[in-house]
Design a protein around this ligand. Structure first.
Ligand SMILES: [Zn+2]
Ligand SMILES: [Zn+2]
Length: 353
């Protein structure tokens, strides 16, 4: 094994739409921990919304200033601490990006995202994340990356694809359904790709950006492009013979788009809200009660479901990395965040070596 250098450069996000580089010691694993050499570390919409532009969410849920950013890490284990049981040096791993207490009901179901213990810490938020050459990780947050998936595929699973998978499986999407996706950013593209894999019979993508719609079409992930404007609902109804889609997912977090997802859902249909922030107001009788619609709120995913997703992607031989439009080395992290912030691209990722 090669000896790692003593210090490394990591990216921190001061919260004023800038990126800063700082020196950190290369981590050493304690009991139950591993050190992962980073290979890919992609940027999530939450990094932009809640950290890069300004630090939203104070306290234990917020970004701790000075923490190495990046909560979509993927790499190879180079060192294991005492008492590790499953993972070895050389293993390729995706990181489920939240380490929980391990003992509460949420952690025990694999939803460390929902852990309320003060021990809960997310990589890239409260503990150092993937925007540095090495990451100190809890062994129990590692997910095996199958051989036929790339490190970039794995990084995208760590948050975005995991989040999309959770939402579309929770609404029980299958081949009988038309799928409506509002917000065709990286999570929307993920929902489209996974919706295809589950056999959705027709996929409609909605976005304010024509470029994003064109990307979805070019990648073969959506069948219909609907630009988000006053005519969007009519366009959806025209495509669906006036009925709407059996299943819808809002990945935008924008109030009007979320409402469009609801109104574009067919009677007895299911809607998942995934995009964060903002609020909506609607008349419940005509849009929810009378059409017998079920709304699901869905936040990230569980460790088990992430592992299941990695296995399915491998079996289907489909690659999340096709949604990546911009790759940068770590030293160009400022450029990477600037592109991601513009909201016109596919996925933006930092890659190593
Ligand atoms: Zn995320
Ligand atoms: Zn817990």
């Amino acid at each position: 094994m090669t000896t790692a250098p003593a210090t490394m450069t990591g990216v921190i996000l001061p919260g004023n739409s800038t990126v800063e580089f700082k020196q950190f010691p290369v981590p050493k694993p304690g009991p139950g921990q591993v050190v992962v050499k980073m290979k890919a570390s992609s940027i999530c919409g939450s990094d932009i919304r809640a950290i890069y532009r300004a630090h939203l969410g104070k306290g234990p849920e917020g970004y701790q200033p000075g923490t190495i950013a990046g909560h979509e890490p993927c790499g190879q284990i180079v060192e294991v601490g005492p008492d590790c049981k499953e993972f070895k040096v050389g293993d390729r791993v995706i990181l489920y990006h939240i380490s929980g207490c391990g003992c509460c009901d949420d952690c025990r179901t694999g939803y460390m995202i929902s852990c309320h213990n003060e021990a809960r810490a997310a990589y890239g938020w409260q503990r150092n994340g993937g925007h540095a050459p090495y990451l100190l990780a809890e062994e129990n947050t590692c997910v095996h990356l199958p051989d036929n998936l790339t490190y970039l595929d794995g990084a995208l699973v760590a948050c975005g694809f995991g989040t999309a998978w959770e939402a579309i499986t929770r609404i029980k999407l299958d081949g009988r359904d038309r799928l409506l996706i509002t917000g065709l950013g990286p999570v929307g593209l993920a929902a489209a790709m996974l919706g295809r894999a589950l056999g959705a019979s027709e996929i409609i993508g909605v976005d304010t950006s024509a470029d994003r719609l064109a990307l979805g079409k070019k990648l073969g992930l959506i069948d219909h492009e609907v630009i988000s404007n006053d005519g969007a609902l009519d366009a959806i109804m025209k495509i669906t013979n006036g009925k709407g889609c059996e299943a819808s997912v809002d990945c935008s977090g924008a109030g009007p788009a979320r409402l469009l997802a609801l109104k574009g859902t067919r009677q007895w249909g299911r809607v998942a809200f995934v995009g964060e922030g903002n609020d909506i107001k609607f008349d419940v009788s005509p849009y929810l009660i009378h059409p017998q619609i079920t709304i699901y709120g869905s936040w990230v995913t569980s460790l088990g479901h992430m592992s299941e997703l990695a296995e399915r992607l491998s079996r289907w031989n489909i690659h999340p990395e096709i949604t990546v439009t911009h790759k940068f080395p770590l030293e160009k992290a400022a450029e990477a965040y600037d592109i991601a912030d513009k909201g016109q691209s596919g996925k933006v990722a930092i890659v190593f070596e």
